[in-house]
Design a protein around this ligand. Structure first.
Ligand code: AMP
Ligand code: GLY
Length: 420
């Protein structure tokens, strides 16, 4: 079959690679794709929010299955639009996408179904904010309601700062919404937990640990993710049972009751303390860079998984994972995540010989005249699979050393909580 993948990051590169390994694939289109996907798919330069253009292209190219990487097209209703034209979209409907788009939507479900999460209050203006914050202890967590490209969450160590942040949001700092929630700060360790659903049944789809801060030992500014590994060392059967029973299943039930069953991949961002999970947030897609490690560990044919979801037969499919550990380390441009848009050349990338279980996924690169350039942020995701997480990391670090790029920055400590 032919499949189109929507997106242009390291996540989409890893998805294209997995699809390309399937005996059931004929053609992969990546819209718009990147320097890495170009080698295994046909990149098509269409705006990912121009659903009409996308549907015309898909019809002309005999493609009736689409895998959506990022959240924005899903939240904007790509599934609703394309499915009216008989094109299957692997991903959730616009309504089910509210799980990521709206913190208040998710919190209301949590409240109704007693899903463990941080205590919170929803605000539409500054009325009552000061009084509410006065009663809280610090740190205080403020979240803009709506997509904010990972910038909508502030953890405030003082009440004055918390009030300032609320004021900024209520005055329109984020285009997506002037509403916000104030919630208690949860302590514990974070884990990413994924499930896949065809709208009827669901299956586990891997776990991972993301590393969001720019500096080693989780210090410095928050980023889009500097590395990840899978599986999460926090997982055990008792914890998983709690995650499924207390968090995943009530959420899927809530959406079914709203006549918007969840289809696609649901990503629960969790905080774990004393083997008890609490939900921090939902994402309605694979994580980036978590996808890069999950796709290295996924043994079942991804095309087959999508077909089983399309036919609502997921129940009959076993999804198998490699027991080995996967790790991905992000190579970013020095200065990231501050506004750093310097374009610089990454030399001789093609000369690096990769072992069988290693890949370099492209995230933010462009090619011009056969040369590769970083576009200024996170550029490459060096990813390896090995029986030992430490060895997997060493293999990544050896590759990273060889990358001839003067502006290269990466964390050498991804996986530090388990490796050291
Ligand atoms: P979110 O966009 O909701 O995932 O939040 C981004 C990051 O902020 C999370 O990955 C956590 O590290 C942190 N965070 C969000 N909510 C809380 C909370 N209630 N308590 C502690 N940390 C939080
Ligand atoms: N790795 C975090 C995210 O994809 O949202």
């Amino acid at each position: 079959m032919n499949i189109a993948v929507i997106g242009s990051g390291g996540r989409e590169h890893s998805i294209c690679l997995k699809l390309s390994q399937s005996p059931n694939i004929k053609k992969i289109f990546c819209i718009p794709g990147n320097t890495g996907t170009k080698k295994i798919a046909t990149n098509i330069n269409i705006n990912i929010l121009d659903f009409k253009k996308i549907s015309i292209f898909l019809k002309q190219n005999n493609t009736n299955t689409v895998f959506v990487g990022p959240e924005v097209p899903l939240v904007n209703g790509i599934k609703n639009y394309l499915e009216k034209k008989n094109i299957f979209v692997f991903g959730p409907s616009q309504k089910a996408s509210q799980l990521e788009n709206s913190k208040s939507f998710t919190k209301k479900i949590c409240q109704k179904y007693k899903i463990p999460t941080a205590k919170y209050r929803f605000f539409k203006s500054m009325a009552g904010v000061k009084k509410y914050i006065e009663k809280m202890s610090t740190p205080i967590v403020i979240k803009a309601d709506g997509l904010a490209s990972g910038k909508g969450v502030s953890i405030c160590n003082s009440k004055i700062r918390a009030i300032k942040i609320c004021k900024e949001i209520s005055e329109g700092k984020f285009k997506s919404s002037k509403n916000f929630i104030i919630e208690e700060f949860l302590t514990g360790e974070e884990a990413s937990y994924f499930i896949i659903s065809d709208g009827k049944d669901y299956k586990f789809f891997g776990s991972a640990q993301d590393h969001k801060r720019i500096g080693e030992g989780e210090t410095g500014l928050n980023t889009g993710g500097m590395g990840a590994y899978s599986p999460s060392y926090l997982m055990n059967s008792i914890l998983e049972k709690k995650i499924k029973k207390k968090i995943i299943e009530p959420t899927l039930l809530a959406l079914k009751k709203m006549h918007s069953p969840f289809t696609g991949i649901l990503y629960a961002g969790l905080i774990i303390k004393n083997n008890d999970p609490k939900l921090i947030e939902y994402n309605i897609r694979l994580g980036d860079p978590e996808s890069q490690v999950l796709m290295m560990r996924l043994k079942t044919d991804l095309v087959k998984i999508i077909q089983f979801c399309k036919n609502k037969k997921l129940k009959n499919l076993n999804i198998n994972w490699d027991n080995k550990k996967a790790i991905t380390i992000v190579a970013a441009s020095k200065g990231y995540p501050n506004n750093n848009t310097k374009i610089s050349e990454i030399k001789d990338l093609h000369k690096i010989r990769l072992r069988k279980n290693c890949n370099i996924f492209h995230a933010g690169t462009i090619d011009r005249d056969s040369k590769i350039f970083s576009t200024g942020g996170r550029a490459l995701n060096v990813t390896c699979l090995n029986n030992s997480l430490k060895q997997a990391r060493n293999n990544c670090l050896n590759i990273l050393k060889k990358i001839n790029w003067k502006d290269k920055y990466y964390r050498k400590d991804i996986g530090w909580r388990v490796i050291n």
